[in-house]
Design a protein around this ligand. Structure first.
Ligand code: SAM
Ligand code: SF4
Length: 326
């Protein structure tokens, strides 16, 4: 379905939990995380119903995220129930990868098409620091497993933070040079734990591009499956690619094709816009599917033209990334 600006809204990101097995410093505090109770979180059956209704309005691509989606018990059942819907032509997951090696084969068999793994550093001491306790070797294993399972294109999300990992840009490029991985450098955004965020820690992707260009010959590339705002470049002679996601320096709202469903059943047209509609209430109120459709339609039509992240009060006002779904 087209929104009022003519954008074709065909992609929905679904947060299936607000819980996580890591505590990345820029995303979640160690304590004081107000988690939703079980009954407040959508069940798998409810998610399946909402996906089915959304397909009637043109949604064709689904991404499961969180919090950490792999901690949700029996996840392959949900993957199976979504992947068998005929209208869905792409089903992906964004994960920190910690539980991925053990679950990959089952997820693939259930119909998962591909995976994005989040990894900000290749050094274990830094990984332990930023995630507050994770083991980087498990995420490396997750990348290898994703490649071995053929979950292509395997993408890696790397948030660059000045003074933390900006000296690893070329190490990530070498990884994408040697393996068919697509490393996406993401500009650090004032979402999540905004106390950790600081304007001075943002590294503009134009700078990253310059740095890489001094060592690799880059040419614009494309990825077979991709729904997002990343701009990709191939490295001459390399197997994978590097991508840039630049919400801070170059907003991509004009091309945004997505909706977001939170773990507690709220529908949003924009990560950065506080307006939400309650689909869970409509579902549990036994309202006819028409009313769900109506909510989807109204949300699409009310999709803002662009985000308001430049607004100073925004970070504190908005819900956290692990609550909305990153
Ligand atoms: N737990 C899963 C994971 O880490 O991949 C899925 C949810 S996580 C919120 C999704 C993505 O959002 C991760 O790649 C994470 O690095 C990114 N993210 C979280 N906070 C961010 C921020 N302040 N700026 C940029 N990206 C952020
Ligand atoms: Fe968890 Fe992902 Fe947030 Fe890290 S970025 S705390 S892994 S939800």
């Amino acid at each position: 379905m087209l929104d009022r600006l003519g954008r074709d809204i065909n992609y929905m990101r679904i947060s299936i939990t607000d819980r996580c097995n890591l505590r990345c410093r820029y995303c979640m505090p160690v304590e004081g995380v107000s988690l939703k109770e079980h009954r407040e979180i959508l069940s798998f059956e409810e998610i399946e119903t909402l996906v089915r209704v959304s397909t009637e309005l043109g949604i064709r691509k689904i991404r499961l995220t969180g919090g950490e989606p792999l901690i949700r018990r029996n996840l392959p059942d949900l993957v199976h129930s979504i992947s068998r819907l005929e209208a869905i032509d792409d089903l992906a997951i964004t994960t920190n990868g910690i539980l991925f090696p053990a679950l990959a084969a089952e997820l693939k068999a259930a119909g998962l098409n591909r995976v994005n793994l989040s990894l900000d550093t290749l050094k274990n001491d830094r990984y332990q620091y930023i995630t507050r306790g994770g083991d980087v070797s498990v995420v490396i294993k997750a990348m290898e497993t994703a490649l071995a399972e053929g979950l292509h294109p395997v993408k890696v999300n790397t948030v660059l933070i000045k003074g933390f990992n900006d000296d690893e840009i070329l190490d990530f490029c070498r990884l994408a040079y040697n393996l068919p991985l697509h490393i996406r450098f993401i500009e650090f955004m004032p979402v999540g734990e905004v106390k950790y965020w600081n304007q001075d820690r943002i590294i503009k992707n134009s700078k990253v591009y310059e740095t890489i260009g001094r060592h690799f010959s880059l040419k614009p590339g494309r990825i077979s499956r991709g729904n997002g705002p990343a701009k990709y470049f191939e490295m001459e002679g390399g197997q994978g690619s590097v991508g840039f996601i630049s919400p801070m320096s170059n907003h991509f709202c004009g091309e945004c094709n997505r909706l977001r469903l939170t773990a507690d059943g709220k529908l949003r047209a924009c990560l950065y816009d506080g307006k939400e509609r309650d689909l869970k209430e409509a579902l549990r109120g036994k309202e006819p599917e028409e009313s769900l459709k109506q909510i989807f339609m109204e949300t699409i039509l009310a999709k803002p033209e662009r985000h308001a992240m430049g607004d100073k009060a925004w970070g504190a006002r908005n819900r956290k990334m692990y609550q909305i779904g990153g």
